[in-house]
Design a protein around this ligand. Structure first.
Ligand code: AMP
Ligand code: ZN
Length: 665
């Protein structure tokens, strides 16, 4: 088989699997097989850039960086929707449109109103050519590179699609995906995101598309503009589905407002079973011809109406405010409530966020409070029912000392949360740090779980993560629920972790703000722990993408004597505290201080490979040419504007060969 055919075949295969996995939710091969095929395709594409395809499944992983998102006018305006809140509102609407259309039957399509960020996608000859945010409805931001990383958005359509059209939808995060992201943030010592909608919307404007690719974003489609031959909204949904888009099947065709109301009532209850959030129903006149007759007001179509669900709210009694201490020492006030049924689940606790929130709402123990389940997974208290406050209630005094260890709390300027500074003596901080250390993305210690860590700590067998490496089978065996086998596995798992590479050990140390990515950056920049431990704040900030906040935190960590002792001990046990020979071999400082812009398609290297080569050799990659650019590496089909700009600024333009000589020479 010719290479070109092989590439085409792999692309087609991967497209189909992608569709089955992300749109239909019924994969037919394993993730591993999928990854292998993707890797095979990536390798072929690297060697054969002449078969470049802007819709290749390999583009899903992202990598391109956008510094400034371009503002682009919408060819067809993106309207808002009128809102309704009651049965009467809907009946009034029906009367209004019936008056305009005359005495003819009207069909309605009911869809859910997905709560995310709206997007307009342009397809030409079946290929996604452009994605623009809603903006002010007349113009929005072009976010195509980011959108291409969203797996449920087809880059190449199937079936009998029109030559050119715009399709609109909502970019969302499923509740599960959102929870997963937050879990990771908390593990990294970062503040969790507030709600799925804002997070989805913020994702579209991230500069690094590789970061967008990592977020579990999804896109649900609901309307097509500019395509001929589609006569009803229901048909639009069906066609879009056939062409490969993700269109929820809950949409229903109704012949009366009564039927519409049944749909609304059903989903008002069952919306909590959905994997994503909805804040209402959108009702649309089905016939496109009738839609055209009805037209638009200044703001919204007359042929459509949103029905907004009431955010579900209940009132209950707040018994007590307690305070939780996290791994980083952050204090979270928690409301302990009289159990109450809300949105299908029993709620006993709600987050109060921080001292300011408590003061703002003037929440006191014994109050009757209104609890709402909004975008947040944990319900939140939105107000106090002051009519029910007892006369002898006393204002809440926020705690001044740690509930776990008694240390006086601190609050840094500009931060909302209080902290317990006793990081070496505060039990939940100690166990939290050990739990982070052993977690999957850190040391990944098999045979040891969070509960066992707590048990070992309680029994006095460990007081920090270095102590794990001193554990002996005879010590563990007598513990509750521990058999010889599990004790052996634990010790074996701990020993095996000594092979975990440096960047993960660095992440495992649990330095505040040093997540996986930052740990990788630091490991690469400093190569071993000794260099890192003596680096100054200024030196850290000079490392690409390391900000002051991270720099301060790292310096502070290593200026702490007990942390230095821990590191010394871990070194003694044989953990990896420098990059391996193999990792070092691929690296140099040859391009230090130089900034490269890469443009076009290359003969022997993929674009991402080329960028990695630059970074591994100490150089920086920028997305646009400026006076700071050292070289423009030019491939085939390079954008003419980049060339002109480089020439104008006197930036040298070099070929791939010349670049490789720079690296090797
Ligand atoms: P609003 O922002 O409240 O004026 O509501 C209009 C927005 O609802 C649109 O811009 C869409 O992004 C969003 N929306 C969500 N689901 C749908 C749907 N099924 N049909 C139409 N619009 C929807
Ligand atoms: Zn404490």
């Amino acid at each position: 088989m010719k290479v070109e055919q092989k590439i085409a075949l792999l692309r087609q295969e991967l497209r189909e699997h992608n569709y089955k996995y992300y749109v239909l939710d019924t994969p037919t091969i394993s993730d591993y097989e999928f990854d292998m095929k993707l890797k095979a395709l990536q390798e072929l594409e690297n060697v054969h850039p002449e078969f470049y395809d802007p819709t290749s499944p390999t583009l899903r992983v992202g990598g391109e960086v956008t510094k400034n998102f371009e503002t682009i006018p919408h060819e067809h305006r993106m309207y808002s929707l009128d809102n309704s809140y009651s049965k009467e509102d809907l009946q009034d609407w029906e009367k209004r449109i019936q008056r305009i259309l005359g005495n003819v039957p009207i069909e309605f399509v009911c869809e859910l109103k997905y709560d995310g960020a709206s997007i307009s996608l342009t397809y030409e000859n079946g290929q996604l050519t452009r994605a623009v945010t809603r903006g002010d409805g007349f113009q929005g931001d072009e976010v195509t590179t980011n959108i291409k990383t969203i797996n449920s958005i087809p880059l190449q359509l199937q079936g009998d699609f029109p030559p050119k059209f715009d399709i609109r939808g909502e970019i969302i995060l499923t509740l599960e995906g959102f929870a997963r992201m937050n879990h990771e943030r908390i593990e990294n010592g970062e503040e969790p995101y507030m709600n799925p909608r804002n997070t989805a919307s913020g994702s579209l404007k991230l500069q690094d598309s590789a970061l967008v690719a990592k977020r579990p974003l999804d896109c649900l489609l609901y309307s097509i503009v500019g395509a001929k031959g589609l006569n009803t909204q229901f048909e639009v949904l069906e066609k879009a589905r056939q062409w490969g888009f993700k269109v929820p099947t809950v949409a229903k065709l109704c012949t009366s407002v009564d039927e519409v109301l049944q749909f609304v009532e059903y989903w008002d209850v069952h919306r909590h079973d959905l994997p994503y959030e909805t804040d209402g129903v959108v009702i649309k006149v089905n016939s496109v011809q009738q839609q055209e007759e009805l037209g638009y007001t200044a703001k919204s179509p007359r042929w459509a109406m949103a029905y907004k669900f009431k955010a579900e709210q209940v009132s209950t009694v707040l018994h007590q405010i307690t305070y939780q201490v996290g791994r980083t020492g952050a204090i979270t006030p928690v409301a302990n409530l009289e159990p109450v049924l809300l949105a299908g689940t029993t709620v006993k606790r709600a987050s109060l966020h921080n001292a300011d929130q408590i003061a703002k709402l003037d929440i006191r123990e014994g109050d009757t409070v209104f609890v709402e389940k909004g975008g947040e997974i944990i319900p939140k208290i939105i107000a106090v029912d002051f009519t029910k406050r007892s006369l002898n209630s006393v204002p809440t005094r926020y705690i001044t000392h740690c509930p776990e260890c008694g240390t006086a709390l601190i609050r840094n300027a500009g931060e909302a949360q209080h902290f317990c500074p006793n990081d070496t003596g505060c039990p939940p901080q100690i166990t939290g740090r050990i739990q982070h250390f052993i977690s999957r993305k850190a040391m990944d210690i098999e045979g040891l779980g969070s509960e066992t860590v707590e048990l070992l700590f309680k029994e006095g067998l460990i007081a920090n993560y270095a102590d794990l490496y001193t554990l002996r089978v005879e010590q563990i065996m007598p513990l509750e629920r521990m058999a010889e086998k599990s004790a052996e596995n634990l010790v074996k798992g701990v020993a095996a972790s000594k092979a975990i590479p440096f960047e993960r050990v660095l992440f495992a140390l649990g330095i505040r703000y040093v997540g996986e990515t930052v740990a990788k950056k630091l490991a690469k920049a400093y190569k071993n722990i000794d260099a890192l431990m003596v680096a100054t704040q200024e030196e850290f900030v000079a490392v690409d993408e390391i900000g002051e906040r991270i720099a301060d935190s790292v310096v502070q960590f290593f200026s702490n004597e007990s942390n230095r002792i821990l590191v010394e001990r871990l070194k003694g046990y044989g953990l990896q505290f420098s990059l391996s020979e193999a990792q070092l071999e691929q690296q140099s400082d040859k391009l230090k201080g130089q900034t490269f812009v890469v443009s076009g398609v290359f003969a022997s290297l993929g674009r991402n490979e080329l960028k990695k080569l630059i970074e591994d050799n100490g150089g920086k990659v920028a997305s646009s040419v400026s006076s700071k650019t050292s070289y423009l590496v030019a491939g085939e089909n390079m954008g003419p504007s980049k060339r002109t700009k480089a020439a104008g600024l006197g930036v040298p333009i070099i070929t791939e060969q010349e670049f490789l000589q720079l690296v090797e020479g």
